[in-house]
Design a protein around this ligand. Structure first.
Ligand code: BTN
Length: 274
């Protein structure tokens, strides 16, 4: 059996009791797992179809960025979703996904990551995971491709120069832990299954808030084309970030990116200050 089929067999057995999971396709190399998953979506594959690749040669990030995806260093996965919730609740799904990855990493690697609104995972100010959710509307059909990229190990030739200062990986953080990508992938899907099922009850929100590294920080962001700074004061029930600007205005952000005005204190530094 070749490696792809073997991985599909293993993943299917890990996820045999997961209600959401409906099949998986593993590839040695692909352009972007999100693109492959989109094609499955167009062809009518069911919710819970999972696509995984060892490497991507056209991995995408948010805001048109590329997502460097060499082999032996990352978990690159996409999950097909056909949400039954209203369109206005779609925004909850990425927050729910970030919480699921946070929980899965805690379970499988034993480290506690921080969630940078909307859906990046950080550890000691360095990025460990990014999530790209892409909605597709074809006639009356709407589906979502949830793409997740986790840095598992530093690439053999190092990170791409533009991210080398801000990226980290599970094996750098927990060198004694041998991370099994298929196990991690299955743990993410399992955790997501539960939170996604309870999406409208927002059971993920407590963890999403408590592990946020953005709350109570001074942040900058672009709002209606303008650079704004303010303080992140709350994450509301729709997972929007509520910011109080320097001028005292309250803004609720539902998408986009925030940057820190100054570096966020690391976890241990935070404990020392308590
Ligand atoms: C970001 O950090 O801006 C989001 C990165 C998302 C990367 C994942 S890897 C699997 C899936 N396929 C892609 O091309 N992108 C996502």
């Amino acid at each position: 059996m070749n490696r792809d089929r073997e991985q599909e067999r293993i993943l299917s057995s890990y996820l045999s009791s997961c209600k959401l999971f409906s099949g998986c396709f593993c590839y040695d190399e692909t352009g972007s797992t999100n693109d492959v998953c989109r094609l499955f979506g167009i062809e009518g594959f069911p919710e819970g179809t999972l696509v995984l690749a060892e490497s991507q040669n056209a991995g995408r990030g948010r805001e048109g960025r590329t997502f460097y995806s060499p082999e032996d260093s990352g978990l690159y996965m996409s999950l097909l979703l056909r949400p039954k919730v209203s369109f206005s609740d779609f925004g909850l799904i990425t927050a729910c996904a970030a919480t699921s990855v946070h929980q899965a990493i805690q379970e499988t690697v034993g480290i506690s990551t921080q969630i940078k609104w909307v859906n990046d995972l950080y550890y000691n100010n360095k990025k460990l995971c990014g999530i790209l959710a892409e909605g597709h509307f074809i006639g009356n059909d709407a589906f979502l491709v949830l793409g997740i990229g986790v840095n598992v190990a530093m690439p053999e030739n190092g990170y791409a120069p533009e991210i080398s200062e801000i990226a980290t990986s599970l094996s750098e953080i927990a060198p004694d832990k041998k991370v099994d990508r298929l196990e991690l992938c299955a743990a993410i899907v399992q955790a997501f299954d539960q939170f996604y099922n309870e999406l409208t009850d927002r059971t993920f929100l407590d963890v999403y808030r408590s592990e946020s590294c953005v709350l109570n920080q001074d942040v900058t962001f672009v709002y209606q084309g303008k650079n704004i700074s303010g303080k992140a004061v709350m994450i509301d029930d729709d997972a929007r970030l509520v910011v109080e600007t320097k001028e005292g205005k309250i803004l609720s952000l539902s998408s986009g990116e925030v940057n820190f005005l100054r570096p966020v204190l690391s976890y241990t530094e935070r404990i020392d200050k308590v």
